[in-house]
Design a protein around this ligand. Sequence first.
Ligand SMILES: [Zn+2]
Length: 300
Amino acid sequence: MAEGGISSFWGPVTSTTECCEKNYAYSSYIAEFYNTLSNIPCILLALIGLINALRQRFEKRFSVLHISNMILAIGSMIFHATLQHVFLPGSVSMVCSKKIDGAKESRWKDLFLLQPQVHMEAFGSHPTDRQQQSDETPMVWEMLLYMYILHSPDWHYRSTMPTFLFLYGAVFAAVHSVVRFGIGFKVHYAILCLLCIPRMYKYYIYTQDVSAKRLAKMYVATLLIGTLCWLFDRIFCKEISSWPINPQGHALWHVFMGFNSYFANTFLMFCRAQQRGWSPKVVHFMGVLPYVKIEKPKAQ
Ligand SMILES: [Zn+2]
C-alpha cells in the first residue's frame, strides 16, 4: 500500500514478503526504492563478466552463467519494484539472491498481473494452491549449470553427464509446473548447493595463484556479510523501523550477492582457464575490480 501520500502505480501490494523498507516512499512506480536499485550492481557486474567471457572467447557456459545472473537480478528488480505476483509463461526469472531469499522473491510472475494471491515467504507462510513459482525452475537450472562447470573436467564419458543434467532440469521443470514442492524445494535446492561445495573447495586448495585464492575468499566473505545483512533486516525490522535512518539490510544483501556471484564466476573462469592451459592471470579493471585475463596458445 502506498505510504506517505504517494500512490501506487502497480496497485495494492499482493506480496507478503515485504522487506523492511517503506513502500512507495520515493516514487509511485517503485514499491521498494533501495531494494530495487540495489540490483543494479549485480546486473553491471554480470555484464562485465559477460563481456570479459565473450571478448576472450571463454567457453559458452560462462556466458550463460553471467546471463542467468543478469536475468535473476532483473527478476528481483521487477519484484521489488512492483511487489506483485508476476506470471511469465515459461518464465526465466531469477534473482541475484539465489542462495537464501531467492526462493521467496522474484514473484514477478503475472506479466498481466493476474489475480492477487498470497505471497510465499522463504521461511514460513503458505502460498495459495494455484500460484506457481516459476522462478524456482531457473534457479535449479542455474545450479545444474554450476554443477556442470564444476564437474565436467573429470567426466569420463563426455556426453553422459550433460545429458543427465539436461534431463534432470527438464523433468524438474515439468514436474514443478504441476506439483508444488513447498519446503521440499528448499531442501532440494540446498542439496544442490551443498553438492557444489566439495568441488569448489578442491579447486581452492589446488589453486596456487594468490589472487585467484583471494577471489574465493571474497566469495565466502560476501556470502557471509550479505547473509548477515539479510538476517539483520528480517529479524530486527521492528526496531529498525523506529530508527531515523534505515540501514537497508535487504538492499545491502543484494549488493553483496551481486559481488558474490561475480567472484564465484570469476574464480571458476580462472580454474577452467588453468585446466585448458590458457595461462590465466587475475588483473584489475580500473585498478579495482578483478577479472581473468588469459593467453591462449597459438595452436588453439
Ligand atoms: Zn530481494
